[in-house]
Design a protein around this ligand. Sequence first.
Ligand code: ADP
Ligand code: ASP
Ligand code: MG
Length: 453
Amino acid sequence: MTRIYPHFIVAKFGGTSVADFDAMSRSASLVLADKNVRLVVLSASAGVTNLLVELASGLESRLRLDKIETLRSLQYNILSRLKQPEAIGQEIDRLLDNIHRLAEMAAVARSAALCDELVSHGEMISSLLFVEVLREQEVEAQWFDARKVIRTDDTFGCAAPAISAIAAMAENHLRPRIEQTLVVTQGFIGSDAAGRTTTLGRGGSDYTASLLAEALQASRVDIWTDVAGIYTTDPRIVPQAKRIDNLSFAEASEMATFGAKVLHPATLLPAMRKDIPVFVGASSNPSAGGTRVCRDVATPSRYRALAVRRQQTLLTLSSVNAQPAHRFLADTFAMLSRHEMAFDLVTTSETSIALILNATSATSGEADTLTTALLTELSSHCHVEVETGLALVSLIGNALSEGAAVCKEVFAELENHPVRMICHGASRHALCFLLPAQFADSAVKALHRSLLE
Ligand code: ADP
Ligand code: ASP
Ligand code: MG
């Protein structure tokens, strides 16, 4: 079959790019500037997901009504600027009523499934409003429910996508639509096999965009946000941070994994699998350019960027009886695996294992991996120590595990920083260390000054 749009682009707009009517109008103009943009993936308007997460935590009635009112006025501010608000007014009211009802249910008994159902309303509302903004600019656009194609498992709050099911469903339900008109859908949300709403973790709209690009073999993913690209570190921490014009998938993927919030940690995985370039730019200032992420970068330098991940927990497990190291490691990891505990960095010694748990990604914001059942079982097998209030700082670059001077150049700058744990050598692209959270910004500033400015 010949495809009408063989080189189509998936464009994703984050919360600030759909925060109000003016931002939505600017984003709509960007969509219209390139006829290859056929699929638009949207986040909820800025602030909405946070409000919904609070409602899902089960608020008492006064606070609940306050939050719902804040949310209603945020969305009505956009609705009232439409020329014909009545076209979708009823539907928006129905969704706001739903939010009310679900928030009442959460106050009685909260759950991760209920939280996902509730927060999905943010993306539902922003996508309905955006379609109307486009229609008022005389553009034919169809609204599409992403849950029809983003099939996930039932890990509410941080669901894993089912890649081949998504490919098949996108081909059947989405491809025919994008051949007809521009399609607008929601990021972040999906559904499990039973049809229940799930979410891909905070910031998950980036991931939706790259998953759909993979499923439909798009030629590019454009991530429109509030920064003109990916910088050497978060410009909120270091104002001197500079935009990196070209990044490899490996570099950008490490940055995202280790906390560069500009991209959801998993965004680059589908792009890498199908070799789809990703562009990151500012929707409020498209002429400023942005960052292009693709397979390779010509002669990249050793030091590229710094990232921070906050709210880290360190779990240290020490052997209490004199069993051989290999048995202690094998038994402990088997136990962690039975409890499906997610961790990503590990160091070990002869008699102990230290693991970093990351509590930042799940939609409900709860680190539910360290369950009482797991702690009880671990305690019967070894000595357990849990430390919280830590941050992980990561230096991203190339051949980091090979340079003779890397450790000296990094740690000489951190003389006054109580580094708690170091992970170096497993990845050629990242050197990570853990330290008390209050030292993270000063470590990033010091390293940025000496290695990246
Ligand atoms: P969106 O709502 O558009 O998805 P996010 O707030 O999720 O936007 O991501 C954009 C933010 O990411 C920026 O405002 C910036 O503070 C932060 N950020 C963190 N690290 C970086 C980095 N290395 N480069 C650019 N922005 C970064
Ligand atoms: N609205 C969701 C969040 O705030 C998803 C996203 O913005 O990407 O986390
Ligand atoms: Mg984001």
